[in-house]
Design a protein around this ligand. Structure first.
Ligand code: F6P
Length: 355
């Protein structure tokens, strides 16, 4: 009996190690390999991604320690959208800035937590990229020990611009050079696209490195799962109402199959689930007078997530147009978003076209 148990333990340990070694490329190696694919690449972009990855490790550590290091709770301030900032929102924002401002890869940054753009301070060299981020996505989950994330997007600073202004950030999603997110869940993961596919890396805390564990991620085209905040139902437009009602009707309805619903309240975590097992995520246009266009922010939430979803074979739309082609009008602009499994998003877009 004892040696059966021992054999199981050994198998578990060595099975895990073997799996680790088979997919053993680190994120650092991966981005250097990527750099080699681009003739004449200077390494500036590789350096920037490395710095963002370092920031995510530091944020992961703070999220993980939580109450032990006194980082839970409100910071007692509000961001530009009038949302109460959590201590960890402010800490994560600071970590992103400090990790990326010094190396000479970035010309300016913008974040959910800062009203205006953040120009690189004069003591540091300026680089050719613009960095946008939501340092701690889903921060209402922090105090209840729920999963949260970081979302980021990299744009090129326009040619000839040495002191970028907010207007230089207003580039459509199709101009993104890179997009990614980190999920701080039971394990910490980073998922990235440079415009040719999507790859996922898991943080091995023992060695302090992200390891490629989810190569070439693909969103299944069909799904039986949707994600929407149903407390807003009275404000949905008819096409969204129709889609959700048809899902809820299950086998007996026009869809002829049962659906499941999930709502984590952290977009990065929601998108991660969709990448792994399909689904649709909706934060649609609201008919509430106070709501404006939608809830989520185009530049540092919806565009990077749309880039990732499209690169994994999924689709992202406002219901009326492709998100990635929207011409941004403001840094903190909000837009409706419906993204995920291609066949489902296409169906919802058709419902919008049908009026
Ligand atoms: O910051 C935006 C965000 O936290 C998303 O990550 C998430 O999908 C959404 O807001 C949650 O919204 P709600 O408060 O309606 O659940």
């Amino acid at each position: 009996m004892l040696h059966v148990v021992l054999r199981m333990i050994i198998k578990t340990i060595f099975g895990y190690r073997k799996g680790n070694m088979m997919n053993g490329m680190t994120l650092t190696q991966f981005i250097i390999e990527e750099q080699r694919r681009v003739a004449g690449a200077s390494g500036e972009f590789t350096g920037l991604v490395n710095d963002v990855v370092t920031a995510c490790k530091v944020i992961s550590n703070a999220v993980n320690k939580g109450a032990l290091i006194g980082v839970l709770g409100s910071a007692g301030s509000e961001n530009i959208q009038g949302e109460t900032q959590k201590k960890l929102d402010v800490i994560a924002n600071d970590v992103m800035i400090r990790s990326t401002q010094w190396a000479g890869h970035v010309a300016a940054m913008a974040s959910e937590e800062m009203d205006d753009i953040y120009p690189i301070p004069p003591q540091y060299p300026r680089g050719k990229y613009l960095l946008l981020f939501d340092p701690l996505d889903g921060s209402s989950n922090i105090d209840v020990n729920g999963s949260v994330g970081t979302i980021f997007s990299v744009l090129r600073c326009p040619e000839g611009v040495s002191r970028p202004t907010a207007a230089d950030f207003l580039q459509p999603g199709v101009s993104q050079v890179c997009a990614g997110y980190a999920v701080y869940g039971p394990s910490t993961m980073i998922v990235l696209t440079f415009g040719h596919g999507v790859n996922g890396f898991t943080l091995d805390r023992d060695v302090g490195e992200f390891v490629l564990t989810h190569p070439d991620m693909q969103v299944p085209a069909d799904t039986q799962e949707f994600a929407i905040n149903a407390s807003n139902e009275r404000f949905w437009e008819p096409p969204v109402r129709r889609y959700v009602e048809e899902c809820q009707a299950g086998k007996a309805g026009v869809r002829g199959k049962d659906f499941n619903m999930r709502w984590v309240a952290a977009m990065a975590v929601e998108v991660h689930r969709i990448l792994l097992r399909g689904g649709v995520f909706m934060y649609p246009k609201s008919t509430a007078e106070s709501a404006g266009a939608g809830k989520l922010r185009l530049m540092y939430e919806v565009n990077p997530m749309s880039f990732i979803i499209e690169q994994a074979g999924g689709m992202s739309s406002t219901g009326r147009e492709r998100v990635m082609e929207l011409q941004p009008e403001a840094l903190h602009q909000r837009v409706p978003v419906i993204l995920g499994s291609r066949n489902e998003v296409e169906r919802i877009v058709e419902y919008h076209q049908a009026g």
